[in-house]
Design a protein around this ligand. Structure first.
Ligand code: ZN
Length: 286
């Protein structure tokens, strides 16, 4: 099957609102993304919490957009049981907003080591337990849980889930093999492009129907800040068409989401300009 044509198929493409630097309220962001012709949007909790998530969901649908992922979980591992329970509860509340928004999935960035800890294995056990509890609630709400493995540079402070294969192992442990999985992965090129086993892991994710989301940006050389110096698609060293081919050949038919944390560049530009460059780069560089 040939790859989808993103030049004439902007409806296959989505914008993660972080790409636009949170410069505008969510209502204006929804209108800007729809006006530019994209098919979907991935909002963040800071744009939704404290407001009427169902009404925002209706606004998004009325604008002709779908919600890909709702970003994102707060961190799960904790230094003691009470804080762990509170961390899980915080994400339970976010799942309700994900359902109210009509989000396809809730993005899980699971957290790294609790402060003062060196026990990475214990943090990973807490993540498995917390995700297990959240998965039950997510399924009841009709929201998929998308585990997003993060580049190992974040293992200490943002995510102890660092390989796609590791995320898939956790999916298997939580849910087993099923024709209609509620636990899967969000594959972000920024986090996985370097993985020598990427092709095999993407194929495995496809076989088990566990690719829920696909995020694109680029890896700049040099990178000034591993968190907020992501590049626009085509400006770095990631072979985006190659990875997209793996993902689509694995059966992924969902939207391709631009997610660019860029404090020194894209966040300083007018929203309409960034959206236009995203449109061009989806067509030429993905
Ligand atoms: Zn991502």
């Amino acid at each position: 099957m040939p790859l989808r044509d993103l030049a004439s198929g902007l409806a296959y493409c989505a914008i993660n609102t972080a790409t636009l630097g949170f410069q505008a309220p969510i209502a204006a962001t929804i209108e800007a993304v729809a006006r530019a012709g994209f098919g979907g949007i991935a909002p963040w909790r800071r744009e939704i919490e404290g407001q009427d998530a169902a009404a925002i969901g209706r606004h998004i649908r009325d604008a002709g957009l779908v919600v890909t992922g709702y970003c994102r979980s707060s961190f799960i591992p904790a230094a003691n049981r009470a804080v762990f329970d509170a961390n899980v509860a915080d994400n339970m509340r976010a799942l309700e907003d994900a359902a109210a928004l009509g989000a396809h999935h809730f993005v899980m960035v699971v957290g790294g080591l609790p402060q003062g800890s060196r026990d990475l294995a214990a943090a990973r056990r807490q993540v498995a337990e917390g995700c297990g509890r959240l998965a039950v609630r997510a399924r009841n709400l009709g929201v998929r849980l998308a585990l997003e493995p993060l580049h190992p540079v974040y293992a200490a402070d943002r995510s102890c889930l660092n390989l796609l294969s590791q995320a898939l192992d956790l999916c298997d442990a939580l849910e087993g093999e099923t024709a209609n999985p509620w636990v899967g992965t969000a594959i972000d090129v920024y986090h996985v492009w370097w993985d020598p086993n990427l092709a095999a892991s993407i194929a495995r994710a496809g076989q088990t129907r566990r690719i829920f989301g696909f995020h694109v940006c680029d890896w700049l050389v040099p990178t000034e800040d591993p968190l907020n110096d992501r590049g626009m698609m085509g400006d770095g060293v990631i072979d985006l068409p190659e990875i997209r081919a793996m993902v689509e050949k694995a059966g992924y038919s969902g939207l391709i989401e631009a997610e660019i944390f860029s404090a020194r560049n894209w966040w300083r530009r007018p929203i309409a300009d960034t959206l236009e460059v995203c449109r061009q780069r989806f067509a030429t560089s993905c």
